[in-house]
Unconditional design. Structure first.
Length: 282
């Protein structure tokens, strides 16, 4: 059984990888290709890195945690369902990778103090944080704008924007102790161009893009870089809810899109800052 990170943790409970990466980026409203190359990460690509993954119990977050661990990282699994986190923990340990940490956290109910305490714990137990993948998001209901309830709007914004803002502030002191810190937010195509009926989720991802640009500008020429990543159409539970008639077998798996995630957490991407990167460019 995995041990929880510090006694305060429960209080917060409120193979073959495709090698072609073509990254389409949006930077200060200009579109350009930032990178197209054959990327084949070594087994030690993320060695000596401490990386926090939110939403690590399912889907892309689960696969990112496994892939980061496979390539040498010490991973910290954050999510609201302990049972799912423990299952990922068991997979990582069974594979012989570095034992991960677990932080049970309900981002809907966590407060600013929880995130400040979490940042202090990371410094105390790890000495630093080298990367954070903000993967956790909720979809909300797809509906006409005039049918969005204030309750749902606030719930989606809390998880997709406010919690990520507060968490980033909380862990910044730990990131500042890293030689090369990477902050990676998760965006969507509907966070770049609004789409009918995607209301609250779309608005939240526009905010994510804006937060990325603001932070990237502030930390430009520093040892911290800030980017966001759009996984595209991927075989996940959220995708199934948004597109129930779609055949999931026609979609990329979370494993298929991992090269972009590994690259952006690696030291090969230390010069990449302020970018919004597509894992599956059209």
């Amino acid at each position: 059984m995995p041990s929880l990170l510090n006694n305060y943790a429960m209080e917060l409970f409120l193979g073959t990888i495709p090698s072609i990466i073509l990254c389409l980026c949006f930077h200060r409203y200009k579109v350009f290709i930032v990178q197209a190359h054959l990327f084949s990460p070594s087994q030690t690509e993320l060695q000596n890195k401490v990386i926090l993954v939110t939403g690590a119990g399912d889907g892309i977050g689960r696969q990112a945690a496994l892939s980061f661990a496979k390539h040498g990282a010490e991973v910290i699994l954050l999510g609201k369902t302990v049972k799912k986190l423990e299952a990922v923990y068991d997979e990582i340990v069974a594979a012989g990778y570095i034992e991960p940490g677990i932080i049970p956290l309900d981002m809907q109910g966590a407060t600013e103090k929880h995130y400040v305490d979490m940042g202090a714990m990371l410094i105390d137990q790890y000495g630093r944080l080298d990367g954070i993948l903000h993967n956790a998001s909720i979809l909300g209901h797809l509906c006409p704008f005039n049918q969005i309830t204030s309750t749902e709007f606030n719930e989606v914004m809390q998880v997709n924007v406010i919690a990520q803002f507060l968490m980033t502030q909380g862990v910044l002191p730990a990131l500042q102790k890293s030689e090369h810190g990477s902050i990676l937010f998760t965006t969507s195509s509907v966070g770049r161009e609004g789409r009918a009926f995607w209301g609250t989720y779309s608005i939240s991802k526009f905010a994510t893009e804006g937060m990325t640009q603001v932070m990237a500008s502030e930390y430009d020429n520093s040892h911290i870089r800030v980017n966001c990543i759009n996984p595209g159409a991927t075989r996940t539970t959220m995708r199934g809810k948004a597109f129930p008639a779609e055949d999931p077998q026609q979609l990329k798996t979370p494993l298929d899109i991992m090269p972009s995630y590994i690259y952006l957490m690696s030291d090969q991407a230390v010069k990449v800052n302020g970018q919004s990167i597509d894992c599956q460019p059209k």
